[in-house]
Design a protein around this ligand. Structure first.
Ligand SMILES: Nc1ncnc2c1ncn2[C@@H]1O[C@H](COP(=O)(O)OP(=O)(O)O)[C@@H](O)[C@H]1O
Ligand SMILES: Nc1ccn([C@@H]2O[C@H](COP(=O)(O)OP(=O)(O)O)[C@@H](O)[C@H]2O)c(=O)n1
Length: 417
């Protein structure tokens, strides 16, 4: 067994395992010994008598390569495994221990497919940074056991599968800082620099950063950011505001990064989010320059970067988000703070109607937004929880002109324009 896996395995039985079923996590734990009969965790109750299960956890020393491998592994499993394997995202973590989350996949197999599957897993285990487990059930189907494979050791380690309490917040929160959300330019740049050899476009993005970044510098004129889910009317409002106030209109990511954006949208979260984080600092520099001459309106900024990242990393209901007041919602100390952030909100029916009228559905994330009410709720709640600056919510359902008047009132009150 690789040396870096040893500490992980030493505390294996203290770990909790989480499998995503129907868009929310289900948990189970493991025990070396059983003191009495125990209930079956929900993950295992829907399985047939002859089913077996497997899990793969990606445990790479290099978190960027590990996340990329995890990202690509899903497609490999979907291609190589027999149909009906129901590949689900899974993770394993030590309760309340930051940084302890490892990500992977969980799937089932019929008994007759096991030799094929075990062949695939054995190859993966030898060539890639994965920990493999198989799960089998007792004759009476009342108890499941987990076997932790280890190709260097002859004996598999066996554990009983037991129910586990759900943690207070989604386990992704344990690894969120500087993996899903970045709180300094240096942390985000560090990720992009490290993947320069696998994604040459990162070097072009980094070249867009000014040579001396002082992204905290406040310009003379007010800076007003407009945020909200897709189709809430940000483009319409920001263009009106530009014309009415004689302002400069900017967006994050800025126009100069548009060639590379789609490339980063195809990458795993750590790389994709680092790209959006860096793009905010490039926009901040543009804000400083424009803000010396006129008010600046910005279409999306750090609120969007953080809220979408947090809401994607977490699954299930809004209560699974990191708690209000958590450090994950804090504005980066090295990034310019706008004078005012307005969050446009819209009821789901009207938003869908506007999306349809516009006739455009873009990223997978936007499609997920449309299909997934829980995701929308998480994004909006994450927007609201961000502090330093907070956002002020404006109902975007009245006519475009009324929304403009409402926001102008806010700007006059808060920015003395
Ligand atoms: N207040 C409004 N009332 C009705 N329709 C609107 C309003 N604001 C925008 N729209 C329309 O809704 C659609 C989405 O607006 P858009 O400004 O592109 O949103 P976003 O930039 O937030 O994605 C567009 O077709 C736009 O014309
Ligand atoms: N400042 C920003 C802007 C967008 N984004 C990401 O980009 C997606 C939406 O941006 P978009 O530009 O397509 O949205 P619209 O301008 O169409 O409203 C979100 O899903 C975010 O993940 C971000 O992370 N940070």
């Amino acid at each position: 067994m690789a040396r870096h896996l040893k500490p992980l395995v030493q505390r294996w039985s203290s770990r909790v395992f989480s499998v995503e079923v129907d868009g929310a996590p289900l948990y189970f734990g493991i025990r070396e010994k059983l003191r009495g009969p125990t209930a079956l965790p929900a993950v295992f109750t829907r399985l047939q008598k002859e089913d077996r299960c497997y899990s793969l956890l990606v445990c790479s020393r290099d978190r960027i390569r590990g996340d990329r491998f995890h990202w690509e592994l899903r497609d490999k499993l979907l291609k190589d495994l027999p149909p009906g394997s129901d590949v689900a995202t899974m993770s394993s973590f030590l309760p309340d221990e930051k940084g302890s989350l490892v990500k992977g996949y969980f799937f089932k197999s019929r008994a007759e497919d096991s030799p094929l599957i075990e062949g695939i897993l054995s190859d993966l285990e030898h060539s890639d940074p994965v920990l493999v487990c198989s799960y089998s059930q007792s004759e009476d189907c009342q108890q499941w056991t987990q076997s932790l494979w280890s190709h260097a050791e002859k004996n598999q380690m066996k554990f009983y599968v037991v129910p586990s309490e759900a943690p207070k917040h989604h386990p992704s929160a344990l690894n969120m800082i500087n993996s899903d959300v970045f709180y300094s330019l240096d942390e985000a740049c560090d990720v992009l620099k490290k993947c320069g050899d696998i994604i040459p476009e990162t070097l072009s993005v980094l070249r867009m950063l000014p040579s001396r970044v002082d992204a905290r510098r406040k310009p003379d004129f007010p800076v007003i950011v407009i945020e909200g889910l897709d189709a809430t009317g940000k483009t319409t409002l920001t263009e009106f505001l530009r014309d009415t106030l004689g302002a400069t209109l900017l967006r994050s990511p800025p126009q100069c990064l548009s060639t590379w954006r789609a490339r980063f949208d195809r990458e795993p979260p750590i790389i994709r989010r680092a790209f959006y984080a860096v793009s905010n600092y490039i926009t901040a520099e543009q804000i400083c320059q424009a803000g010396a001459k006129s008010p600046v309106i910005v279409d999306r900024f750090w609120h969007s970067t953080a809220a979408y990242a947090i809401a994607t990393a977490v699954t299930g209901p809004v209560s699974n988000l990191p708690h209000d007041g958590s450090e994950v919602y804090c504005w980066p100390s090295d990034l310019l703070q706008p004078s005012l952030v307005v969050l446009l909100t819209l009821d789901p029916e009207e938003r869908t109607r506007r999306l349809r009228n516009r006739g455009l559905m873009k990223t997978d994330e936007e499609q997920a937004l449309d299909h997934n009410k829980l995701f929308r709720d998480r994004v909006e709640e994450a927007y609201r929880r961000i502090i330093g600056p907070v956002c002020i919510t404006v109902d975007a359902s009245p006519s475009a002109d009324l929304v403009l008047q409402q926001v102008l009132l806010l700007i006059r009150a808060k920015c003395h324009l």
